[in-house]
Write a protein that binds this ligand. Structure first.
Ligand SMILES: [Zn+2]
Length: 251
């Protein structure tokens, strides 16, 4: 083969490779959904099983198991799809709600109970208030859920690095009605400071004591006390770890 023939062969080979590449690229490639469209979540979750549970959960133990399983899914990033269809919403309207747990959680935007327990519509009866404190208004909501909806489990959910607790520890002037929240946390601050703690350990101990204080406030309710004595109800304290994603049950 002479030089010009070799040149033609190489050129033809290059052309074939180019054409072959063009042919492959002419196949449709899956569209990457942009972050600002709803299609992103639809495509990302398609094929994942939809969360379902027994409609009526009557024991505290079964309710606890559902919460812990859900938190494990959240923590490991394996949350299930939720049925938010009109059919499901209509069912809940016609048949009424049967939530299996009351969650009294801090209002902190990083602590949404439905998400971190991987639950859906009709599953949790949620009361959110800064510092997860119990005043007569929060207590009335819990009593309603236990007495009328027969919810078998009440969980007070605090969390690490709570801003309301930190504000109570740091003291200083509070304006408006914020002082009403701080006043509920102060007894826990006094108790924690008597343990000679400082810095972050002091704040975390205040968080723990404040959770337990709310549990004790709930247990003073005659309505809740009656359900507790009949073993129809459990009231527990728990703490959420912001970065790990886990919820620990406090003894
Ligand atoms: Zn908080």
């Amino acid at each position: 083969m002479n030089r010009s023939s070799s040149y033609i062969c190489v050129t033809l080979l290059g052309l074939l490779i180019l054409l072959s590449g063009c042919h492959r690229s002419s196949f449709p490639t899956p569209a990457i959904p942009s972050a600002d469209t709803n299609s992103a979540s639809v495509q990302a979750t398609s094929g994942i099983p939809v969360y379902q549970r027994k409609e009526k959960v009557t024991t505290p133990e079964a309710a606890m198991e559902l919460l812990l399983e859900g938190n494990q899914r959240f923590k490991s990033g394996t949350v299930l799809n939720k049925d938010i269809s009109i059919t499901r919403r209509t069912d809940l309207l016609r048949n009424g709600q049967h939530p299996f747990a009351v969650i009294v959680s801090c209002s902190d935007s990083r602590v949404p109970p439905e998400m971190l327990f991987d639950q859906a519509l009709g599953d949790l009866f949620v009361i959110r208030v800064a510092g997860n404190v119990i005043t007569p208004v929060e207590l009335g909501s819990v009593e309603y859920a236990v007495e009328h909806l027969k919810v078998p489990l009440v969980v007070v959910l605090g969390h690490e690095s709570c801003g309301a607790v930190t504000a109570a520890v740091e003291g200083g002037e509070t304006k408006g009605s914020i002082s009403a929240v701080i006043a509920k946390i102060i007894p826990s601050v006094i108790q924690a400071k008597s343990e000679n703690l400082a810095g972050n350990p002091l704040i975390e101990q205040c968080v723990n004591l404040n959770i337990q204080s709310s549990v004790q406030d709930l247990k003073k309710s005659p309505i809740l006390k009656e359900a507790l004595e009949k073993k129809q109800l459990q009231i527990i304290g728990s703490k959420y770890d912001l970065d790990e994603g886990g919820v620990a049950i406090l003894s």
